[in-house]
Design a protein. Structure first.
Length: 321
């Protein structure tokens, strides 16, 4: 146990020394090289061949031994040169929902006049490598995915770039700590109930009027017998495009009298995470229907709005709450 703790402490100290940057140039100062298992086996084979050649005075044995040793020495130079001078650039990651893998877009830039073969990148310690050949004086894109464990702003984990080219006898690698952070939205509650009823607007003369659940801001859920003119076709098209197939109808009597507020108290849940999950599901429902809505939580108030900007504003507030 003390040995494992010492190793963990050393790894954390080493990681902490790496600079935080979204662009990294690989040089001899941050690129490391060690033999692989095949490399150590080759070294043992060369030693046996050398001893046998000396013992039996085999000229062809000397030739084979030094030929293989020379090939290994050239492989060291080629393997190290494959990463040395390579430029890595991380694009800003898009927000994702908790439970959905976050995809990182990484560009590899090669300024030299030869191809860099078999360059691999992965989240440090994951072992799930993404490979690419970087053309001469060109660029190549690589995608890496990782799963966040909690909502909110998450720092991108340490990434590893490596290559075994050309012989697989040496491993050349570099560690990279990106500076970017990814926003992780809360996981929406599966099978969340319908949206809460709208609330009368301030100063409305109809504050005392009653209305059915789900009716707000001039629209309501489709009822059998509604005419084609009553259906809000723009909102229906958005719902069909999202795959829900929900229909809403215009409600002339309620139009502009009520407004939809997604209030934490309306969820009827005491657990904070469960409440946030339900609010996230309601935000997606309201956005899918193209409604105006606002968000309320203790210490948090987001005014009425609609569209992609409002959806992002509400989900970001829930993620950081």
């Amino acid at each position: 146990m003390p040995r494992f703790s010492l190793r963990t402490h050393w790894q954390r100290w080493w990681m902490a020394r790496l600079p935080l940057t979204d662009q990294l140039l690989l040089t001899q100062r941050n690129v490391y090289i060690l033999p692989t298992g095949a490399g150590w086996m080759l070294a043992l084979t060369l030693l046996v061949l050398l001893v046998a050649s000396i013992n039996f005075q085999l000229n062809l044995g000397y030739l084979l031994t030094f030929l293989l040793a020379g090939s290994a020495a050239v492989g060291v130079h080629l393997c190290h040169g494959t990463l040395r001078g390579l430029q890595l650039h991380l694009s800003p990651p898009e927000p994702q929902f908790l439970g959905t893998p976050t995809t990182l877009q990484i560009q590899l830039h090669n300024t030299r006049a030869s191809v860099r073969h078999a360059v691999a990148l992965a989240v440090h310690g994951s072992g799930q490598w993404a490979w690419a050949d970087v053309p001469a004086q060109g660029s190549a894109g690589v995608q890496i995915a990782f799963a966040a464990t909690r909502r909110g702003l998450q720092r991108i984990p340490v990434l590893t770039a490596q290559t075994l080219y050309p012989l697989g006898t040496f491993r050349v690698w570099a560690l990279w700590r990106p500076q970017a952070q990814v926003l992780v939205y809360p996981r929406p509650e599966p099978g969340a109930p319908a949206l809460p009823p709208g609330q009368p607007r301030d100063g409305s003369a109809m504050a005392a009027s009653t209305r059915a659940e789900g009716e707000f801001d001039g629209v309501r859920a489709y009822r059998q017998g509604d005419t084609l003119r009553q259906i809000a076709w723009k909102k229906a098209a958005k719902a069909w495009a999202a795959g829900s197939g929900e229909l809403v109808s215009r409600d002339g009597q309620q139009a502009q009298r009520h407004e939809l507020w997604l209030d934490g108290a309306a969820t009827g849940m005491h657990d904070v995470e469960a409440r946030i999950a339900r609010l996230a599901a309601w935000v997606l429902q309201a956005d899918r229907l193209g409604l105006d809505y606002g968000l309320r939580l203790p210490g948090l108030h987001i005014a009425q709005g609609s569209g992609a900007a409002q959806r992002h504003r509400c989900l970001e507030a829930l993620a950081l709450y």
